[in-house]
Design a binder for this molecule. Sequence first.
Ligand code: SAM
Length: 429
Amino acid sequence: MKNTYNLRSTAAKAITQVLEQGQSLSTVIPELQQKVSDKDKALLQELCFGVMRVLPQLQWFINKLMEKPLKGKQRIFHYLIMVGIYQLIYTRIPAHAALAETVNGAISLKRPQLKGLINGVLRQFQRQQQELVEQANNHISQHLHPKWLLERIQKAYPQNWQDIICANNQKPPMWLRVNQQHHTASEYLALLEKANIEAELDINHTSAIRLLNPCPVNSLPGFDKGWVTIQDRSAQGCAELLTPCNDESILDLCAAPGGKTTHILEIAPRSEVLAVDIDEQRIKRVKENLQRLNLHAAVKVGDGRLPHEWANNEQFDRILLDAPCSATGVIRRHPDIKWLRRNEDIDQLVMLQAEILDAIWPYLKKNGTLVYATCSILPQENSEQIKSFMKRHTDAALSETSTLENPGTQIIPEIAGGDGFFYVRLTKQ
Ligand SMILES: C[S@@+](CC[C@H](N)C(=O)[O-])C[C@H]1O[C@@H](n2cnc3c(N)ncnc32)[C@H](O)[C@@H]1O
C-alpha cells in the first residue's frame, strides 16, 4: 500500500512520542519537520503545541464520544482524533478539510480500516460541537494543568495564581534580542518597520523587542548575519545581571543551546567565555549559535557537579549557572511540560541544583560574581534554594537589591510580557 504523506498523522506521531514515550516536543518536532513541506511546518507546530495546551479538554470529548478508548498499537489514532477535534475548535481550517485530512491520516498510518471510525467520531463531535464545548466548560477545570502542579502554583502564589495559569494557557509572544554590536534596539525597530513587521521596544531591557505577531526568523532583517536572536525578554535579564566585562574569564554553566553564552559575548566580546553543558547533542547547538553570530567561546561537554573534570583548576571572574529546572515558568512555550513532569521530579531537581551550586562555588574567584538562574516559578528551586545555599556558604553575599528573607528576583509569566524566571546575583567575600 502507498504510504501517503499526511500532516495530521505526523502530528499524531509527535503527540504519541510525547505522551506515551516521555519525549519532549522540542526534540520530536525538529526531527519530524524535516519530512514536512515548508508551508506545513508551522501547522505541525500549531497542532502539536495546541493539543498539549488543551489536552484535558480533548480527552474529555473523546471519553464522551467513544465507548472504548483506543489502546496499544491503536493509541496513535486516539491522538489523531484529538488532532481532528483541535482543528474544529481552535483553527480556521475549514471543517470539511480538517475532517478529510484527519481521516486520511489513517491511510498514511497504514490502517485504512479505521477511517470509518475516525470519521464517525469527528462527525459526531461536529454535530454536537456547541453543546459538548459548553458541557466541557461546566464539567472540567478550565485551568488545563495537572492537579499537582496547580496545587503547587496556588500554594506559592495565593494572590495571583490565576494570572499565572491564564498566561500559561496562551500562545507565547515572540521576543527578539538585538545584537548591540550591530544596532541599538531603536535602530533595529526601524529596520523592522521598513520590513512591515510590527514590533515594540521594551523599557526594562536595552536589547529586547516584542513582535506583535510571530514571524519566520528568515524574514527578520539580518538574522543570518547575527543582527538579532530569538530570546524571551526574561531570559535576557540573566546576562544583563551578570554584567560581564571584556578581558574577564567567564563560565557559562548549563549553557546549551547557547542563548545566554552569545548574549554574554555580545555584551563583552573580548571576554574569555567557557560554555559547558552535560548534553553532547545540545552542545552542538551552542557551536552553531556562536558561528551564526560570529562569536568565539571555548565549548565543552561536562557535568556541572564535577568541575574538576573540565575546569583545569581555573577560577572564574564570573559564573552564570542557568540551572536545569522544572521549566514551570515557560509552560506557554513548552505546554508538553505539563504532562511530562511529575510531582516527584521537583525534589530531585532541587537536589541537582544544590549539588551543582556547591560544586561550582569554589571555582569562583574572590570578589567574583555568580548569577544563579532558572526558568521555574517554584520557590523550592529559587528563593528557597538560595536561602539554603547562603546557610551552607558563609562567604556568599547577596547583591544589594536582595534580602536574606527574600533573595533574588522572581518573575511570573505575563501575557504580553516575559516568561517566568528567577535570578539572583551572589558575590564571594
Ligand atoms: C535551562 S537549560 C540551559 C539554557 C541555556 N543556558 C541557554 O540560555 O540557551 C539547562 C541546561 O542544563 C543542562 N544540564 C542538565 N544537567 C546538567 C549537569 N549536571 N551539568 C551540566 N549541564 C546540565 C541541560 O543539558 C540543559 O541544556
